[in-house]
Design a protein. Structure first.
Length: 201
C-alpha cells in the first residue's frame, strides 16, 4: 500500500514542475508503472490529452509540445519555424514539419504539412525554441528556413517568399557566414547562387 502511494506521489510531484504534463515514456524511464497514470485518471487528477500524454486539469494544453512528444523526429519548419524564431507573428493554420525520407507516421495527421528530405540534410540547422507555454521544441533556424524557401521557391506562397527574402536582405544582424556554411552543407549552392549573391551583398 505504501508503494502505491509513493508512485502516485512521484507523479504528482513531477507534474508540479512540468506545467502539469507527464508522459508514459517519462514513467517508464523512471520505473513508475504506467498503470498509476490510469488510476490517477480514474481519480480525476489527470486526463489523457493524447496517446501517452497526460495532463492535470490546470496543466498547459500545449499542442506544439504534445505533437513533438508524439513525433520527436518531426522538426518544425517553413512558416511554423518562422513563427517560433520570431520572424512572423502570424500563427500558421497549417503546421509545417520536416522529417527524413522513410520516416512513417502511424496515422494520417490533420492540418499538418509534412516535408520529406534526405537523411543527410535532415538535421542541418536544427535549433531549440520555446512554445508560448515555455516548453522546448525543435525547429529549423532562420538560415535553414531561408535555404528551404529558396530551393523550393515554386512551391512557396509568393507573398511569404518575398517577405522572407526582403527581410533577410535588410536585416543588419544577418549571419551571412552561417548562411553560406549551411547552403554548402546542404549541397544547394549551385541551385540558388544568383539569389544568394544579391541577398548577401
Amino acid at each position: 500500500m505504501q508503494q502505491k502511494k509513493n508512485y502516485k506521489q512521484q507523479i504528482k510531484e513531477y507534474v508540479n514542475t512540468s506545467g502539469g504534463i507527464i508522459t508514459s515514456k517519462y514513467c517508464r524511464e523512471n520505473n513508475i508503472p504506467t498503470i498509476y497514470l490510469n488510476r490517477l485518471v480514474e481519480e480525476g487528477f489527470l486526463f489523457k490529452a493524447r496517446k501517452g500524454i497526460y495532463l492535470t486539469k490546470d496543466g498547459d494544453y500545449d499542442e506544439f509540445y504534445f505533437f513533438q512528444l508524439q513525433y520527436p523526429k518531426a522538426i518544425y519548419s517553413y512558416n511554423t519555424a518562422l513563427y517560433f524564431i520570431d520572424k512572423t507573428d502570424k500563427l500558421p493554420n497549417i503546421v509545417d514539419v520536416t522529417v527524413y525520407n522513410g520516416y512513417k507516421f502511424n496515422k494520417k495527421i490533420r492540418n499538418v504539412d509534412i516535408h520529406y528530405v534526405d537523411k543527410k540534410t535532415y538535421d542541418i540547422g536544427i535549433v531549440e525554441v520555446k512554445t508560448s507555454y515555455g516548453n522546448v521544441v525543435k525547429a529549423y533556424s532562420l538560415e535553414r528556413v531561408l535555404c528551404d524557401f529558396l530551393v523550393h521557391k515554386k512551391e512557396m506562397d509568393i507573398e511569404d517568399y518575398l517577405k522572407l527574402v526582403q527581410s533577410y536582405i535588410f536585416d543588419k544582424n544577418k549571419d551571412v557566414s552561417s548562411f553560406y556554411c549551411l547552403i554548402h552543407k546542404m549541397g544547394v549552392v549551385d541551385k540558388i547562387v544568383d539569389v544568394v549573391q544579391i541577398m548577401c551583398e
